[in-house]
Design a binder for this molecule. Sequence first.
Ligand SMILES: *Cc1c(COP(=O)(O)O)cnc(C)c1O
Length: 438
Amino acid sequence: MAAPNAIANAMSRLDLEGHDLPPSPAPSTPSNGRRYALATELVHTNVGDQHHAANMPIYQTATFHGGPGQQYDYTRSGNPTRTHLENHLAKIMNANRALVVSSGMGACDVITRILKPGDEVVTGDDLYGGTNRLLTYMKENGGIIVKHVDTTKLDTVKAALSDKTAMVLLETPTNPLIKIIDIAGISTAAHEASPNAVVAVDNTMMSPYLQNPLDLGADVTYESGTKYLSGHHDLMAGVIGVNNLALGDKFFFMINSTGCGLAPFDSWLLLRGIKTLAVRMEKQQANTMAIAQFLEAHGFKVRYPGLKSHSQYALHWSQARGAGAVLSFETGSIALSERIVESTKLFGISVSFGCVNSLISMPCRMSHASIDPALRKERALPEDIIRLCVGIEDINDLVDDLSQALVRAGAVTLTKDGFVAREVEGETGTTKQVVDEP
Ligand SMILES: *Cc1c(COP(=O)(O)O)cnc(C)c1O
């Protein structure tokens, strides 16, 4: 499936002179002047090591000897392994500067620390739980005014914007509702209403491989490196990218002041994860698409921007190069959903996503359980919704695992024609035909 804007995206990446590229260790300009594709850049970094190390060494040290004027003196302020990662990420995120910190929420903290009492923040009503918690704390303790609005509606966002707007915080696609937010439209409106407003986009669900918010007019892109960038759920990291270097300096000031810069070992681990981002994402997306089609074909209401049935399909593909690897679907019954989630074997029950193995969860019972049920209802978060975060396993094994879980849970029936009919909705699950345990 090709993005309608694929050619436009490719053209926008042409940089014949190679002037406006970030200071990256990756070779950037082939002899014909064309910039390498992202999949290539992800893999190559010139280490420039004195011993010609093929991979960036881990500078596992807190201090560096020498006097003033040298590049590194103390790891809280800077470390070669972290710098190498930041320069590599800047290129991948189409940013002039990237900064890495100890978690995605750490990145959100660094970004929102530029706010002062009385500043207004316009943000979505379907945010990542941790972001919601941090903003609520700032509202209650920091004198920040936070306006949660339906960011899928440009007019609603415009109505909330004013010259007091200091920051607009967006996330797209949201999860688990998979709502798409118009990054370019809102960025333009925000800067019109308040020229100094900082538009920050949480790009965790897409990763820089599929979406580059800075190219769409955002001032800041940030994401949890814990998810797709790392890919293996073996580290926590947060990544921030900017084109405005003054803003980058402000964020660096916060990182140096609070000491949340990513540790050398985790920086090295993240560098390793990033190299396989393209292959992982391609495979995970292909698997997700197949599962989305499978579920939709069996009558479930599926939310996935790769499906034409997604009401914001066109908007998503106007700003992203892929649909990602998270989908959600409804079964019509909470008890049925619970049984499905408990019945899968390959899909592990877990919060989070972005890992090479597949995960399943019921957001209302897990990641979103802390949200008051009344508020969940107000935000139209269906209590029976199941979220799938699809990994790189063999697609037949995944579909098979899901099929068996659906049958075992009583969501579908096996007929003589095979796995076809969908069981009627209800709390009891009357299906009697259970497949053998594998
Ligand atoms: C996981 C996540 C975060 C927070 O990242 P951590 O690395 O867990 O701190 C922020 N936003 C989104 C969309 C996430 O999925």
